[in-house]
Design a protein around this ligand. Structure first.
Ligand code: AR6
Length: 193
């Protein structure tokens, strides 16, 4: 677990299950269909109940008849979850031949922008694209942390961004990414929990 403060925003890593987070908004690692799947997506719909899927179906019938493209995000109710909102973000599938980093970065940036529209103060993210979509965890962590540090301080409502990591490997990768930013000369700003 690690944490640091960047221009008034607390950015931290914790181990655990994102569906249990008591924050204003949790981010779901969704797919373009918005109609559910495995991993985080399966856990969010299981724990949050049918209200979330119903809201996703309405989005498909209205704003996104062709689905939500990779790199974008949209909010729904959080149903029975302790969070108030679910922000469904679609990450890119990892490709060895095609650099899709901009779309992974965009998934974080758009999620934070949507959180701002919701006036959310606290947002929890999983490691988007780092499961079924195959993105190597160190690079996934670098993009997640780097984009958050650049974006979150620009969004007025946001005070806390928490990365919730399911495995020790993912937690360690995000801790390294968070420690790496700003360099050791500024280590005094960092708080180890
Ligand atoms: N809380 C936090 N992290 C979790 C949880 C959880 N409950 N469950 C898994 N992880 P993934 P993706 C971790 O596969 O790669 C779905 O089928 C997991 O260990 O959920 O973006 C969707 O419908 C990994 O580190 O998301 C899409 O089709 C990370 O969360 C597709 O998978 C992301 O893994 C999206 O794939």
């Amino acid at each position: 677990m690690a944490g640091r403060d960047v221009e008034g925003v607390r950015i931290e890593t914790v181990p655990g299950d994102i569906t249990l987070q008591h924050v204003d908004a949790i981010v779901n690692a969704a797919n373009s269909s918005l109609l559910g799947g495995g991993g985080v997506d399966g856990a969010v719909h299981r724990a949050g109940g049918p209200e979330i899927l119903a809201a996703c179906r309405r989005l498909r019938e209205t704003r996104y008849p062709r689905g939500l493209p990779a790199g974008d995000a949209v909010a729904t109710t959080a149903g029975r979850l302790p969070a108030r909102h679910v922000i469904h973000a679609v990450g890119p599938v990892w490709s060895r031949h095609d650099d899709r980093t901009d779309r992974l970065s965009s998934a974080y940036r758009r999620s934070l922008e949507v959180a701002g529209e919701l006036r959310a103060a606290s947002v929890a993210f999983p490691a988007i694209s780092a499961g079924v979509y195959g993105w190597p965890i160190d690079d996934a962590a670098r993009v997640a942390v780097g984009t958050t540090i650049l974006t979150a301080p620009r969004i007025e409502s946001i005070r806390l961004v928490r990365f919730v990591l399911f495995s020790r490997t993912a937690l360690e990768a995000f801790d390294r990414a968070l420690d790496g930013v700003g360099g050791s000369a500024r280590a005094g700003e960092r708080t180890r929990i």
